[in-house]
Design a binder for this molecule. Sequence first.
Ligand SMILES: C[S@@+](CC[C@H](N)C(=O)[O-])C[C@H]1O[C@@H](n2cnc3c(N)ncnc32)[C@H](O)[C@@H]1O
Length: 338
Amino acid sequence: MAGIRWPPEDSDLFPARTTAVTATDLISDDDRSVAADSWSIKSDYGSTLDDEQRHVDAAEVLSASNFRAASDYSSDKEEPDTNEVEPSSMLGLQSYWDATYAEDLVNFHEHGHAGEIWFGAEVMDVVVAWTKNLCGNISGAKNAAEDSSSKSELSNTVGELSTWSVLDIGTGNGLLLQELAKQGFSDLTGIDYSEAAIDLARNLAVRAGFSGIKFLVADVLDAKMDRKYQLVMDKGTLDAIGLHPDGPVKRMMYWESVTNLVASGGLLVITSCNSTKDELLQEVDNFNKRFGTQDQAQEGASEPADVFRYVDYVRTFPTIIFGGVEGSRVSTVAFVRN
Ligand SMILES: C[S@@+](CC[C@H](N)C(=O)[O-])C[C@H]1O[C@@H](n2cnc3c(N)ncnc32)[C@H](O)[C@@H]1O
């Protein structure tokens, strides 16, 4: 079980998190869901103890390193010398993920292991069920608007879901896409910049009978896809990108890049352990202002339109508390692309 590291009480970087946290606070604040069990990120598919410990350590780093000041990141090198890199930023480097998935790939071939489920199976199940409902509701509402006599309700969801094009960015072992396939989504693509991750994801999908899922090696920050997607999923990828030594800049690049990946009217669903719902909303608001201003300057438009608009968030993550503070937060927030 991984423990959570709360920010120092005198931190002025993230004021919302500076108060001492009690069990009651954690329960009552649904923006800060506690999924302590999930944080053990144990794979249901089997794993060696060393692997588990490595990922638990990594998850702690992901969670704790959010409290680093943006100004701490001064390097403008793509891959800084490892001896200059603090452990908390290793998860932002491609070399970390290449090594991780290369090891997972060996474990797959030798022992049949699938690797880890980031944030745990329970969180993944909640995210998938919630996303399915959200897409089903949107499809139902669209049909009702187009045809007032339409009987299309959630009973029709599976048929509707098969029409959604889905892109999972930073797909890792691709297990999220397999779960979406089980729910009725069928136009599924996963991208990751780690070749070993994509190799693993392909092998796992074929073994599970989901050979229709497409997997491509691509950098989210520079993805040149030949289409846009109606549903773009991100589970833990923005968190990892933010841990690059140039995290704040990379996060800005992330928003510009996903703007080109999500179809107009499509959804972006982000699951993060490192940002609360409010922090994600603030980040999107900042991006909308920046991007809208750029658009305005370029096109002379009078009113810049928001690029992403908040839709909904998950309120139902498991909240399990040990000793008042052990556990961690996971937020899932959906935005629609205007
Ligand atoms: C925390 S893991 C999550 C993996 C997967 N989404 C899951 O939930 O199991 C972060 C993933 O993002 C990938 N990643 C990080 N930065 C990326 C980038 N710029 N482009 C593509 N993939 C990236 C890593 O290789 C890794 O697979």
